[in-house]
Design a protein around this ligand. Structure first.
Ligand SMILES: *Cc1c(COP(=O)(O)O)cnc(C)c1O
Length: 397
């Protein structure tokens, strides 16, 4: 039986990427590695859509989150974070661990924060130094409009906008420089299609001024040290060489497909998953939906544990469960990274069979798969329609 991961990190690793890691290890001061790392750094700028340096850290994604907090802020500084899921909440936990005055915007898990809510919190807290956001909240499958929020923050304060893009980079449209995002972070085991162990952070010119004045304690994650090393094409500490070699291959794949095409692919696959689930009589959780991960309510009346076991051991499919209070309420299907249309046909087909095995019969066999195929057949047409509508709107306003 083939094992298939449909989890929002780690995500599947393409064979050619995995093979690159199987080569003999090279030394990080050899010209061979320096060439790879400089190519990786250029391609990371493309991925982030920034002219700024993108620093590669050896850690999981949370390390880059911590790096953002400790490099930007000083003890007692005020920062706003949005608790709309596990990862938004984490921004607050890191801030508190370092003595940052963290102002929480608590929203119901499953919805996105509105730009107006950020604006009104900024009015109440004009001394806010940073606003911490989550572009794609992996725990709830919800997308947040960071482009619009960045505009509002810029217009109503001097605070910097810090974006957790861990499941949005490489899935959702994101132009760091053009949108005025001050800090963007991501991790390796998500949209980048390589195993866990690397995280990435880019910092705008405005935010870099804060880095220079920041007084929170830091050593391993010091971005000043990272910048100094990068000036000679290096990292301050031994990098995870094998992962960077793999990243080089993954980023070449990303360049070849093209970012816009990748964003469109994620939009299409996520729509197909949602339509497939709905056709099976399942209810979706959270709104608006992320293109990286789809959260679905467990249907009533089935044994949830048994259902997940059947999916995993009979059909080889691993999906993610819910976190915290959503633990027994939802499961999450990821379509972030190395996925294509047939993967989605497969996962919805397996879902159908596992639901039938669990005694859930609110659909006719094949309904889910049919809905998925319909999305794929009509997607380009729908995009053209959407474009025409946009044109009509722009021509008439
Ligand atoms: C995975 C993830 C993280 C970081 O998790 P790590 O386990 O530290 O890699 C942070 N934010 C989001 C939105 C994530 O999906």
């Amino acid at each position: 039986m083939k094992k298939r991961l449909f989890t929002p990190g780690p995500t599947p690793v393409p064979e050619n990427v995995a093979l690159a890691m199987a080569q003999p290890i090279i030394h990080h001061r050899n010209p061979e590695f320096i060439e790879i790392f400089s190519r990786v750094n250029e391609n990371l700028k493309y991925l982030f859509q920034t002219k700024r340096d993108v620093f590669t850290l050896t850690s999981s994604g949370t390390g880059a989150m911590e790096a953002a907090v400790v490099n930007l802020l000083s003890p007692g500084d005020k920062a706003i974070f949005v608790n709309g899921g596990k990862f938004g909440e984490r921004w607050g936990e890191i801030c508190k661990a370092y003595g940052v005055n963290a102002v929480e915007i608590k929203i119901e898990w499953g919805r996105a924060v509105a730009p107006e809510e950020i604006e009104s919190e900024l009015k109440k807290n004009p001394d806010t130094k940073a606003v911490f956001l989550t572009h794609s909240e992996t725990s709830t499958g919800v997308f947040t409009d960071v482009k619009e929020i960045a505009k509002v923050v810029r217009e109503s304060s001097d605070a910097v906008v810090v974006v957790d893009g861990i499941t949005s980079v490489g899935a959702h449209e994101m132009y760091m420089d053009d949108w005025g995002l001050d800090v963007v972070i991501t991790g390796s085991q998500k949209g980048l299609m390589i195993p866990p162990g690397l995280s990435f952070i880019a910092v705008s010119e405005k935010a870099w001024k804060m880095v220079e004045e920041s007084k929170l304690p830091k050593f391993y994650f010091s971005l000043k040290k990272a910048k100094k090393a990068l000036e000679s094409g290096d990292t301050p500490w031994t990098p995870a060489i094998a992962l960077i070699v793999a990243l080089d291959v993954a980023l070449k794949m990303i360049r070849e497909e093209g970012l816009e095409n990748i964003w469109k692919r994620h939009e299409k696959l996520s729509l197909a998953v949602r339509e497939g689930c709905k056709a099976l009589g399942l209810k979706l959780f959270g709104y608006p939906p992320s293109h990286a991960v789809t959260a679905v309510y467990f249907p009533d009346g089935i044994d949830k544990k048994e259902f997940q076991k059947v999916l995993k051991y009979k059909y080889g499919i691993t999906v993610a469960g819910g976190q915290e209070h959503l633990k027994d309420k939802i499961f999450r299907i990821s379509h972030l990274g190395y996925y294509d249309e047939i993967d989605i046909v497969g996962v919805i087909s397996a879902l159908e069979m596992a639901l039938m095995d669990s005694g859930f019969d609110k659909f006719n066999q094949g309904d889910g798969v049919k809905a998925v195929q319909k999305v794929f057949a009509g997607f380009e047409e729908k995009l053209v329609q959407k474009d025409n509508n946009d044109e009509m709107l722009s021509c008439c306003h």
